[in-house]
Design a protein around this ligand. Sequence first.
Ligand SMILES: [Zn+2]
Length: 130
Amino acid sequence: MTTEQALASSLPAVSTGTAIWRGLRCRCPHCGEGRLFRSYLKQVDQCAVCGEAYSQIRADDFPPWLTIIIVGHVLVPFLLMTEHMGMSLEAELLLWLPITLLSVVALLPFTKGAIIGLMWSLALGGDETP
Ligand SMILES: [Zn+2]
């Protein structure tokens, strides 16, 4: 048993809400300390602090779907407001396309972390159990 495995087995059980919150912060859902991603959206194979394995968890399309739902619900009312104010189509495109793209790019790692936390907590998508 390695030091990380010993630490992982000594950690207290984690609730689903805590695992989601830790994932949302892009931290290991198990210990809350280690980084969950090694690059923009690439999750680590295992936590550098507690050794919990994450390479088997595949969030697939859930994080992009959730990100689109959130960004859509936040931005569409403002888009409709500018439409109602009589803004030209070109001006709306110049305003809302960059805001939408930046919002999606900025939010996606956090939603992916939350989904990985949820999946880890429910023991979905891998052989490892929490
Ligand atoms: Zn960890």
